[in-house]
Design a protein around this ligand. Structure first.
Ligand SMILES: Cc1cc2nc3c(=O)[nH]c(=O)nc-3n(C[C@H](O)[C@H](O)[C@H](O)COP(=O)(O)OP(=O)(O)OC[C@H]3O[C@@H](n4cnc5c(N)ncnc54)[C@H](O)[C@@H]3O)c2cc1C
Ligand code: SF4
Length: 524
C-alpha cells in the first residue's frame, strides 16, 4: 500500500496499517530535519519566525510555491518528515459532537456522514500514540480517557486570565496540548523554554517525526524521503495503480500499489489530484463532482493582547495553548451570526517579536520612547486568540497556478480565499468579548489586531459526504470515484469547527487505516 505525505495524517495511516500487517511505503517530498538544525537552537530564532513557516519565503528544493488570491496573503506549512507538525503550536482540542451536525442544527454548511462517536475511540488512540498533556473532567465536552501526561503549568498568565473568566462566570478549561509534560514513550518532559513552533530541540513536542515515525519504521514501514509525487496513475479500469515520483536526483520512478492514500494536506492534496489527469479523469483524479479544491476553509481568526501592570512572563512555558474557552461556541442567533468561536489563551515569543508588534501586529515605537514602551509591554502581556468556525464556500478554493511551478516543473497551487460576512461578524463579537475578558482579568490596556489573512489550518478541499455529486470522499475517506483511493487530512473535513484540526486529522487517519484493512479482500 502507498501513502503520500508523512505529516500527522500520513504517519498515522502508515503506522496503523503496518501494525495491522500491511506492507506500506510512504513517499515524502521533504527530508528528516535534525533537531540541532531547528532555528529554536539559534540566537536569531525570533527573526527566523518571519520566514520559517512560509514555503514561499524558505524556498527549499522540497517546498512548492503556493500563490494566493482574494484576501489571502500567505499559506504556512512545512514539507519534511513529520510535515507541518514540525512547526505547529500543538494545541490539541477535539471537535465537539455538534461540529458533525451543522446542517441539521443550524441549517448551514453540511453534516458529516460520521458522528463524534465514530471518531471517539480513534481520538483516544491518537492521543496515546502522539503523547498529549491535559486535564480530564472538562464539563462541556464528552468525557475522554485519562490524558497521557498531566497538564502543562498555567503560570501567572494562566492564573490571571482564569480569574477573569471566573469573574464573568464564563466557562474555561485547561488546554490539551500535544506536548508531553512528563517522560513519555521514550521522550523527555517539556522544559518550558517556549520555542516550540520553530521545532522542539528535545522531542517533547509531539510532532509526527518523533511520535508515529520511529514506531512505524521499527514495525517495518518504508519511508522514502526526497520523493516528490508528480501524479497518481490509473489502470485500465480507472482504479489507481500507483504514483509517479521524482527522487532527489530528479529521476522519475513509478511506485505501484494496491491502495493509495493521499495525505498531503488541504493544499497539497487537491494540488496532486488536479495534477493527476487521465482519460478517465480529465478534470483531475476523483473530481467528477468538481469539488476537488473547492470549499477551502482556514478558520476566522483575530488576536488581542491585554497589558498588565504585573509581569505575566508569557515568554516562559510551552506555546500550545494555556487554557481555552468555548463559552461562545454554539449558535446563538441573537449574536448576529451562526456557529461560534473558541478563545485560546496563548503565550508570547521574545523581545524582538514584541517590538515588531506581538500577536496583534502593532509595532512598538522606535527611537527615544522604545525602551519605555518595551518595559511596559514585554513580559506584561496576555495574548488571546479568537478562532472562529469558517463556513465552506465553493468560491474559496485551491487550483493549479498556470504560471508557477515547483523545482521539478510541477504546477504550483494557488489558493483563493475571502472571509465571508459571517466571519467578520463573528470576529467582531469575539474581539468585543475578548476585551471584556482581558479587562475583567485586570488588563490596564487592551489592543486588538485585524482578521488574519494567512492560512495555517488547511481544510475542506476534498470534502467528505454521502452525496457523490457534492463531495469527494465517503464516510471512510474513500474517493467516491475510485475504490482503491483514500484521501485523509484536513482536505476531507466537511466543516471546520472552531478548534485546531490536527487531533481530528489523526483520528480520521487511524479510522481510515482500519477501513482499508477491513476491505483488504477487495484488493488483495
Ligand atoms: C505555525 C503553525 C501552527 C499550527 N498550530 C497548530 C495547533 O496548535 N494545533 C493544531 O491542531 N494544528 C496546528 N497547525 C496545523 C497543523 O500543523 C496541521 O493541521 C497538520 O500538520 C496537518 O497534518 P497533515 O498530515 O494533514 O499535513 P502536513 O503536516 O502538512 O503534511 C503533509 C506532508 O505531505 C508532503 N507532501 C505534499 N505534497 C507532496 C507530494 N506531491 N509528494 C510527496 N510529499 C508531499 C509534505 O511535504 C508534508 O510533509 C499549525 C500549523 C502552522 C503552520
Ligand atoms: S517549550 Fe517544551 S515543547 Fe516547546 S520547544 Fe521547549 S521543550 Fe519543546
Amino acid at each position: 500500500m502507498l501513502v503520500i505525505g508523512s505529516g500527522p495524517a500520513g504517519s498515522a495511516v502508515t503506522k496503523r496499517l503496518t501494525d495491522l500487517g500491511a506492507k506500506v511505503v510512504c513517499l515524502e517530498q521533504g527530508d528528516w530535519v535534525r533537531p540541532g538544525k531547528y532555528p529554536s537552537e539559534r540566537a536569531n530564532w525570533e527573526t527566523e519566525l518571519r520566514r520559517y513557516f512560509y514555503p514561499n519565503v524558505r524556498r527549499l528544493p522540497e517546498d512548492y510555491p503556493v500563490t494566493t488570491g482574494g484576501e489571502l496573503r500567505a499559506v504556512q506549512m512545512a514539507n519534511a518528515v513529520g510535515g507541518t507538525s514540525i512547526h505547529y503550536t500543538a494545541h490539541f482540542p477535539r471537535f465537539r459532537p455538534s461540529d458533525f451536525r451543522v446542517r441539521s442544527l443550524d441549517g448551514v454548511a453540511a453534516d458529516w456522514p460520521i458522528r463524534y462517536q465514530d471518531l471517539e475511540p480513534y481520538y483516544d488512540v491518537n492521543d496515546r500514540e502522539m503523547g498529549v498533556s491535559g486535564l480530564n473532567g472538562d464539563p462541556q465536552n464528552p468525557p475522554r480517557s485519562p490524558r497521557p501526561t498531566p497538564p502543562l503549568p498555567l503560570g501567572v498568565l494562566g492564573e490571571t486570565i482564569a480569574r477573569g473568566f471566573d469573574k464573568l462566570g464564563w466557562y474555561w478549561w485547561v488546554a490539551d496540548n500535544a506536548i508531553v509534560s512528563h517522560i513519555y514513550d521514550g521522550r523527555p518532559a517539556c522544559m518550558s523554554h517556549g520555542k516550540c513552533t520553530l521545532g522542539c530541540p528535545i522531542g517533547s513536542k509531539s510532532s509526527a517525526d518523533v511520535t508515529y515515525w520511529p514506531k512505524a519504521l521499527r514495525k517495518g514501514a518504508v519511508l522514502r524521503t526526497r520523493s516528490r509525487v508528480r501524479e497518481i496513475t490509473v489502470n485500465s479500469e480507472g482504479g489507481v495503480r500507483g504514483a509517479i515520483y521524482y527522487d532527489q536526483n530528479g529521476q522519475l520512478h513509478e511506485q505501484l500499489a494496491s491502495v493509495v492514500v493521499i495525505s498531503c494536506n488541504g493544499v497539497g492534496t487537491p494540488r496532486l489530484l488536479l495534477n493527476s489527469k487521465s482519460k478517465f479523469f480529465p478534470h483531475g483524479l476523483a473530481n467528477s463532482s468538481g469539488m476537488v479544491g473547492r470549499n477551502f476553509m482556514m478558520h476566522a481568526t483575530a488576536s488581542l493582547e491585554g497589558i498588565f501592570d504585573q509581569r505575566m512572563n508569557g515568554y516562559e512555558g510551552a506555546r500550545g495553548a494555556v487554557a481555552f474557552s468555548q463559552q461562545f461556541y454554539e449558535t446563538d442567533l441573537n449574536r448576529g451570526f451562526v456557529r461560534g468561536y473558541t478563545f485560546q489563551v496563548a503565550r508570547t515569543y521574545g523581545p524582538v517579536h514584541e517590538a515588531w508588534g506581538g500577536i496583534v501586529g502593532a509595532p512598538l515605537p522606535w527611537g527615544g520612547r522604545h525602551h519605555e514602551a518595551m518595559r511596559k509591554r514585554f513580559a506584561h502581556v496576555i495574548p488571546l486568540i479568537v478562532q472562529g468556525e469558517d463556513l465552506p464556500d465553493e468560491n474559496n478554493r485551491v487550483e493549479l497556478d498556470p504560471d508557477v511551478e515547483d523545482s521539478n516543473g510541477i504546477p504550483a497551487a494557488r489558493v483563493v480565499y475571502r472571509n465571508g460576512d459571517n466571519n467578520r461578524k463573528l470576529i467582531e463579537h469575539g474581539l468585543a468579548m475578548g476585551r471584556n475578558l482581558l479587562e475583567a482579568s485586570g488588563a490596564v490596556e487592551v489592543r486588538n489586531g485585524a482578521i488574519v489573512v494567512e492560512a495555517s489550518h488547511l481544510m475542506g478541499t476534498a470534502r467528505m459526504g454521502d452525496d457523490a455529486r457534492r463531495s469527494v470522499v465517503d464516510a471512510w475517506n474513500r474517493a467516491h470515484d475510485v475504490k482503491n483511493l483514500f484521501i485523509v487530512d484536513g482536505s476531507s473535513f466537511a466543516t471546520s469547527s472552531s478548534v485546531n484540526p490536527t487531533s481530528t486529522i489523526g483520528a480520521l487517519a487511524l479510522r481510515t487505516a482500519d477501513g482499508i484493512w477491513g476491505r483488504r479482500h477487495e484488493w488483495s
